[in-house]
Design a binder for this molecule. Structure first.
Ligand SMILES: [Zn+2]
Length: 95
């Protein structure tokens, strides 16, 4: 009885094939839209806390809903921006 190793551990090709059907589509939690646009939160670093002693403008890239403008969940973490629940600057349309 010969034991042929049937499974050869071939190194996978460099290109990683990702089946996007297996990946979750992130949708806006407000309006279910799935198209996002890149936006920037601009943080102004005061000269007092800036490493080089100069006031600095720091852009933080986030993705916001292309429909209602809501920043995708989790994107604001660590940015120091509080999400305003309930107080929306966008007028909402109930269809
Ligand atoms: Zn939205």
């Amino acid at each position: 009885m010969s034991m042929h190793p049937m499974k050869k551990m071939k190194p996978k090709s460099q290109q990683v094939q990702v089946d996007l059907k297996q990946a979750d589509t992130i949708k806006c939690s407000e309006c279910n839209n799935y198209l996002f646009i890149t936006s920037f939160i601009l943080k102004r670093l005061s000269a007092l806390v800036s490493p080089n002693g100069q006031e600095a403008l720091i852009p933080v890239q986030v993705y916001s809903c292309g429909n209602c403008g809501k920043v995708a969940d989790g994107m604001l973490e660590g940015s120091g921006v509080e999400e305003d629940e309930g107080k929306s600057s966008f007028p909402t349309l109930d269809i």
